[in-house]
Design a protein around this ligand. Structure first.
Ligand SMILES: [Mn+2]
Length: 276
């Protein structure tokens, strides 16, 4: 099964959709590893046309669904290595990689691979959580530390966080002092400019749990669907070279509304990557 509207062959495609079904450090509720296959299945239920972007992902976008990367469950370090190597292969060939998680730690090897090709890379981090802890439950590699680990190789001026509403006092102090937490999407756009290569990572728990309950660490007080769409609409002016979509945990939401929401958002993200 492929994501609706995707091409059967990679030839002629500029965007690659790839599943990374890893949830090895999920600390509260897990099951994010089932998201990529669940998303493909539920994508059959959405339209291929996006009124927001006026594109049809089947007719206007050449994207290939490269299925899932096989991972050694239980071995975090090895899994991250394999993900990075896999992503690098796509970035090296000039493809725009769209990664589907999995838990948020998956973004670390994806961003690292992207940065090794695009030295001027900026990262836009859309999430409920700051993900800036130095370690979590004694681990340096965790879904709760992913942006801190990105800061190990990217200066803070290149990190732009949006809609963060949960974290430790220390994390919020860092965001305020370093200015990584932006007040509006416009501010992000202004800071980055139109030509700089950008990687956008979206943790789905940025949405309010009433909109998107199917995630491992739901956080009340989130944004609604249209706010996220409006934000993404602005970001089509950015030079997006990589993107990911993390933390759907389909089995937590038996209504499958979260899964459908995920599918629709992925369709809209294609519009963002496609650009103006
Ligand atoms: Mn989060």
């Amino acid at each position: 099964m492929r994501f609706i509207g995707s091409k059967e062959n990679i030839e002629g495609c500029s965007i690659v959709l790839r599943g990374y079904p890893f949830d090895g450090t999920a600390s509260f509720k897990s099951g994010q590893r089932f998201a990529p296959s669940n998303i493909r299945l539920n994508s059959e239920g959405i339209e291929t046309y996006s009124p927001n972007f006026n594109i049809d992902i089947e007719e206007d976008i050449n994207f290939y669904d490269a299925k899932d990367l096989s991972l050694p469950f239980g071995n975090t370090t090895k899994s991250l290595e394999l993900i990075e190597k896999d992503a690098l292969n796509f970035f090296k060939e000039g493809y725009i990689l769209f990664g589907i998680g999995g838990e948020h730690l998956v973004s670390l090897p994806l961003i690292r691979a992207c940065h090794s090709i695009y030295k001027e890379l900026n990262v836009v981090h859309i999430d409920a959580h700051a993900d800036l802890r130095e370690e979590y439950l004694g681990e340096k590699l965790s879904h709760a530390t992913v942006i801190r680990r990105v800061l190990d190789f990217l200066p803070h001026k290149k990190i732009h966080q949006l809609f963060i509403r949960s974290g430790t006092g220390e994390e919020f102090k860092f965001m305020r002092e370093k200015g990584t937490l932006k007040a509006t999407p416009d501010e992000v756009l202004k800071d980055i400019g139109e030509n700089t290569p950008v990687y956008i990572t979206i943790d789905m728990d940025v949405l309010d749990p009433s909109v998107f309950p199917g995630t491992g660490t739901p956080e009340p007080g989130g944004i609604d669907f249209n706010t996220l769409i409006d934000t993404l609409s602005l970001f089509k002016n950015l030079n997006v070279v990589g993107m990911d979509f993390m933390e759907l945990s389909p089995d937590i939401d038996n209504t499958e509304i979260s899964s459908i929401t995920a599918c629709k958002l992925i369709r809209e993200c294609m519009g963002v990557i496609h650009g103006k």
